[in-house]
Design a protein around this ligand. Structure first.
Ligand SMILES: Nc1nc2c(c(=O)[nH]1)N[C@H]1C(S)=C(S)[C@@H](COP(=O)(O)O)O[C@H]1N2
Ligand SMILES: [Mo]
Length: 383
């Protein structure tokens, strides 16, 4: 999308498995990645704590780690599909990925610093800085989390992504990782954590990445947080020409902090729906691949739709709510394909069962990893 700073999408039609390979993982940068020297690097923890601390890189590496598999989506993902157009980067569908994230729970660090009960939010500041057209003074990228989410044992100071040390564009050496929340929460190039007593009002918290909610008392501005339930058809592609017979519809579905319960597919513009088959474990935070074998004996133009439902019963909507101000673009987007009588498709051919078995086994094996590296918390006070 842009070269400086780098902003790029995952080519979704190349997704073949549960984990997005790091080189294909989308990048969303507001400013240029900072140049950091590990020998002089440190993480400051301060604010409403008994002991403000500075951790060196080596000290961080020596702390207990855990791994969480989670899907991350940028809140602006899919903005180019909105009509009328909304301001902001015109992203396609590829600001989404699923990876294993390894690091030290934020909770562990806050317990070591001895968090005060007066703390309301935890502020996370990145080392990157710059200006925005409506904010000419230089600022750091910074976001806060409510205390409860910051203290969730799955909220990590991530050192690794897919088992390797973080790449510079993904926030090396250290980023916050907030599973189940839109990507904006997961501050990259993390350099400072501050426990604060009042709500944080920074630019990326209150000027950008907000939406409106209608309440009995009028409109209220809310901060983008947990991810919505959503699905995406990744194959066939828009306007693809298929043969009559059996075609395979393949997609992804995710539901933020929740697991996916089901995905239904329509091939007649939403009049009738059929269940898709989910592939891989149904786990909180993680997306599922799914597929639907579509029998179509006649030629024509067809409108495909997918609709995901979360474990708690949240259902993907069919319309976009303009109060979301160009964020949280979760509606089921129609995809038109042609079916022609002069060729035949047979998606039943090939050993589908073997493929599904492999993907399931691989995903299940990955998902088990976190259980082996559970963190041991020290005694904390005030939480
Ligand atoms: N410091 C910093 N952290 C940041 C950003 C940023 O510009 N600077 N972008 C955020 C946004 S909007 C998203 S979607 C994710 C993207 O993470 P990725 O580039 O590793 O995919 O990082 C978030 N963390
Ligand atoms: Mo984002």
């Amino acid at each position: 999308m842009t070269a400086t700073p780098e902003n790029s999408e995952t080519p979704l039609d190349t997704v073949r498995g549960w984990v997005t390979p790091t080189p294909l993982f989308f990048v969303r940068n507001h400013f240029d990645p900072p140049k950091l020297d590990l020998d002089r690097w440190c993480l400051r923890v301060e604010g409403c704590v008994d002991h403000a601390i500075e951790w060196s890189w080596q000290e961080l590496l020596d702390m207990p780690e855990r791994t969480v598999f989670a899907t991350v989506e940028c809140a602006g993902n899919g903005r180019s599909f909105l009509e009328p157009r909304m301001p902001g980067v015109a992203w396609g569908a590829g600001e989404i990925g699923h990876a294993g994230w390894t690091g030290v729970p934020v909770r562990y660090v806050l317990e070591r610093a001895k968090l005060h009960t007066s703390g309301l939010e935890v502020l996370f500041e990145g080392a990157d800085q710059g200006t925005e057209p409506d904010h000419p003074e230089r600022m750091h990228f910074a976001r806060s989390l409510p205390l409860a989410k910051a203290l969730d044992p799955d909220t990590l100071l991530a050192i690794r992504m897919n088992g390797e040390l973080l790449e510079p564009v993904h926030g090396a050496p250290l980023r916050l990782f907030v599973p189940g929340w839109y990507g904006v929460a997961s501050v990259k190039w993390l350099s400072r954590i501050e426990v604060i007593e009042k709500p944080f009002r920074g630019y990326f918290q209150t000027k950008k990445y907000t939406f409106q909610r209608r309440t009995p008392g009028g409109m209220e501005t809310e901060i983008i947080g947990p991810m919505a339930v959503k699905s995406e058809i990744i194959r066939p592609r828009k306007d693809e020409v298929l043969g009559i017979g059996t075609n395979r519809v393949v997609g992804l579905a995710w539901a933020g902090e929740e697991a996916i319960a089901e995905v239904n597919v329509s091939t007649d513009g939403g009049r009738t729906w059929m269940p898709g088959i989910l592939v891989g474990p149904r786990a909180p935070y993680s997306w599922n691949m799914w597929q639907y074998l579509w029998e179509q004996p006649q030629a024509g133009t067809f409108t495909l739709l997918a609709r995901a439902t979360s474990a708690a019963g949240r259902v993907q909507p069919s319309e976009y709510d303009p109060l979301y101000l160009g964020y949280m673009i979760q509606f089921s987007r129609p995809l038109t394909v042609q079916v022609r009588a002069d060729s035949r498709s047979d998606a039943r051919g090939g050993n589908l069962d073997a493929l599904l078995f492999d993907i399931n086994a691989y995903a299940e094996e990955n998902r088990r990893m976190p259980l082996d590296v559970d963190a041991q918390y020290c005694e904390g006070s005030g939480i």
